[in-house]
Design a binder for this molecule. Structure first.
Ligand code: ZN
Ligand code: ZN
Length: 343
């Protein structure tokens, strides 16, 4: 049986264009013990390929993390399939607010070591001893409590353009880095304060909350479904929105606006701005915030050095890049000395 996509991404795009059939873009995750991820992967691929599901799905011994789109007409079938798997029955599906017909072009189901690269040694603590899940309403109450410490579990470039009022936003580049830093910063609150955490869709908090409980924090809470689900509940139930700015997302949109406030600035001129771009110099590709005027003036580059590079003939640019494959790793995501207004 054919387990892999036979159509190229290009052919898929053409098909979608032609079909004009509405698709639903959604994501879900679940921690669960999966004995044979390879077998499970094949099971998913066969069934979902049939339903014309497209997307990026990771399967590991610890569970599943899926971002995908499904033809609206096949949604019921898809849901029934999930409900037939005991650990996916009634799993929360985060359906994107803005639908994008071409969000995914292929179905890729991959077996990984973990569903999130968290750098944790799971054998050392009980990952199922999680924090208490709270909905948007309860979350709003909790973060008003003076006895609460609110922590943003995302990276610096995510919280920079949007976060909850009053949240601690660790200056970290990866989830892995954030865990010990937060633990250190909050060590005095272990016994008595509410530790309330949130992330984009909830998945990072699932294990982080268990980790902090293991580290001795007594009252640990996590925002169920993350900022995405919070925004949905706030809209549907008319609750007060305590999130300011944009929610950073990892697809081509880069951010979903949650409130009108712009809380960050252009990294080049300091003007109020929350638009993330990647430097146009392919060898650099730095993620940073750039306003329209600076984009024009700097030809979509992060620095004069990169402007100079993109003016070289393409062959010369390639030569410059060869041999120093890792040159862009010198820049951590969203950090560069050359950005005057990057704090
Ligand atoms: Zn600017
Ligand atoms: Zn650059």
């Amino acid at each position: 049986m054919q387990l892999y996509n036979t159509l190229s991404a290009k052919e898929r795009a053409a098909l979608l264009e032609e079909a004009g059939e509405d698709r639903l873009t959604l994501s879900f995750y679940q921690y669960a013990k999966i004995g044979n991820p390879e077998l499970f992967r094949n099971h998913l691929f066969i069934a979902w390929n049939e339903m014309e599901v497209l997307g990026r799905i990771y399967v590991a011994n610890e569970g599943i993390n899926a971002q995908l789109s499904v033809p609206a007409g096949n949604f019921e079938k898809f849901k029934e399939f999930l409900d037939g798997i005991y650990f996916l029955k009634d799993v929360r599906l985060n359906i994107a607010i803005e639908q994008d017909l071409k969000s995914f072009l292929k179905l890729k189901v991959k077996v990984r070591q973990k569903i999130v690269a968290d750098g944790l040694n799971d054998d050392t603590f009980d990952v199922t001893n999680k924090g208490v899940h709270v909905n948007a309403e309860r979350f709003n109450e909790l973060i008003e409590d003076p006895n609460t410490v609110l922590v943003d579990m995302r990276n610096h470039y995510e919280s920079e353009i949007g976060h909850f009022k009053g949240a601690v936003t660790p200056d970290v580049d990866t989830f892995r880095d954030s865990l010990p830093i937060i633990e250190e910063d909050l060590s005095e609150y272990k016994e008595d304060k509410n530790l309330v955490m949130y992330c984009t869709g909830g998945i990072r908090c699932e294990k982080a909350s268990a980790y902090y409980k293991h580290k001795g924090f007594k009252k640990v809470f996590q925002l169920e479904g993350g900022i995405i689900e919070y925004a949905r509940q706030v809209n549907n139930k008319g609750l007060e929105n305590k999130f300011i700015g944009k929610n950073f997302v990892f697809d081509h949109r880069r951010g979903e606006r949650i409130s009108e406030e712009i809380i960050s600035q252009c990294h080049q001129c300091g003007k109020s701005c929350d638009t993330h771009v990647n430097c146009a110099n392919e060898a650099c590709h730095l993620l940073f915030i750039q306003c329209d005027e600076c984009a024009e003036k700097m030809e979509n580059c992060c620095s004069q050095e990169c402007v100079d590079v993109i003016h070289l003939p393409y062959e010369e640019q390639k030569k410059l890049r060869s041999g120093k494959h890792n040159s862009n790793k010198i820049f951590k995501k969203g950090r560069s000395e050359k950005l005057k207004f990057k704090k």
